[in-house]
Design a protein around this ligand. Structure first.
Ligand SMILES: Cc1ncc(C[n+]2csc(CCOP(=O)(O)OP(=O)(O)O)c2C)c(N)n1
Length: 288
């Protein structure tokens, strides 16, 4: 008799004790991600969550699935390696704006254009929070921190437009203050066969008193349907200074990297004990 596995529940995805500050926007992102996976009936053993370093990058501890808490800015290369080795796992990357667009910015660009089947959730609070509030690539102009005492003179990175222009096949922005809508966006992102960027506006209640829940509630403009062209999507983002909410652009045609390669994961049982010379030659030939 075989027993059908039961559908996963939120309890199955519950991880370790959380140490984020009370009110942190990242709670909404974690909740939405767990709900999206449950709604899609994906069990934890079919998921690997890779992160960098930062408050946001603690998701592998707080969500029960396979996980890899990597180095600052290095989550994407590790996630791409994981996808090459475990083609059937859902690979979900979580991290911050500093992690992904600062130190990891170059990996971000190439991951976008490589289009591996990965969901990248950037928990964008416009500040480096784990290291106590320095200016990040998405901090607003004039933002005052200990590293920018006269106000930030660098214009914030428009990651959405960059991703769309670099060939992104799924580009969206969510808000951690609207978990329902964010859950829907994440479900679509996880189902997308290719690299999906979901930038989530996720207020830091401790170090960012500018990009607050109230600020976003007042300014965010909702996108009901993705735009048909990259140009229109970018124009909309620019027009609203990035204060947009929804799925901006989807390209369902471009194949993901492994499909484009014709990549099939090949595995082989290796007998226990010392490796014999003939088997080594055979494996070399087979996996050349
Ligand atoms: C190579 C390296 N440089 C710098 C650091 C210090 N560091 C740790 S977390 C972090 C910033 C995290 O900010 P972000 O990615 O925006 O995430 P948040 O904490 O805001 O969620 C920095 C600079 C590090 N750990 N490794």
């Amino acid at each position: 008799m075989s027993i059908a596995p039961s559908a996963p529940t939120l309890k199955d995805y519950r991880g370790d004790v959380n140490t984020w500050c009370p009110g942190c926007g990242h709670f909404g992102v974690l909740a939405a991600l767990q709900r999206a996976l449950v709604n899609l009936k994906i069990p934890p053993h079919e998921v690997i969550n890779v992160s960098g370093i930062g408050c946001s990058s603690k998701v592998p501890e707080y969500m029960r699935s396979y996980g890899f808490h990597s180095l600052h800015g290095r989550a994407l290369p590790i996630a791409q390696g994981a996808k090459m080795g475990a083609k059937d796992l859902h690979v979900i990357v979580t991290g911050g704006d500093g992690d992904g667009y600062g130190i990891g910015g170059n990996h971000f660009l190439h991951a976008v254009r490589r289009n591996m089947d990965i969901t990248y959730v950037v928990m964008d609070n416009g500040v480096y929070s784990l290291t106590k509030g320095q200016t990040s690539p998405t901090s607003p102009l004039g933002f005052v921190t200990r590293t920018t005492v006269y106000g930030n003179k660098e214009r914030p990175l428009d990651a959405l437009s960059v991703a769309i222009a670099a060939g992104g096949t799924f580009v969206a922005q969510g808000f951690s203050g609207d978990v329902k809508r964010l859950t829907e966006i994440l479900e679509r992102a996880i189902q997308h066969k290719g690299f999906a960027l979901v930038n989530v506006l996720s207020p830091c209640v401790t170090y960012n008193k500018v990009l607050t829940y109230d600020y976003y509630k007042e300014h965010l403009v909702t996108v009901e349907e993705p735009f048909p062209t990259r140009e229109e999507a970018i124009r909309f983002v620019k027009e609203h200074r990035g204060l947009v909410h929804g799925i901006l652009y989807v390209d369902p045609e471009t194949p993901d990297y492994q499909t484009a390669l014709g990549y099939e994961l090949r595995t082989r049982e290796i007998p226990e004990g010392p490796m014999d010379e003939a088997l080594l030659r055979e494996l070399e030939e087979e996996f050349r």
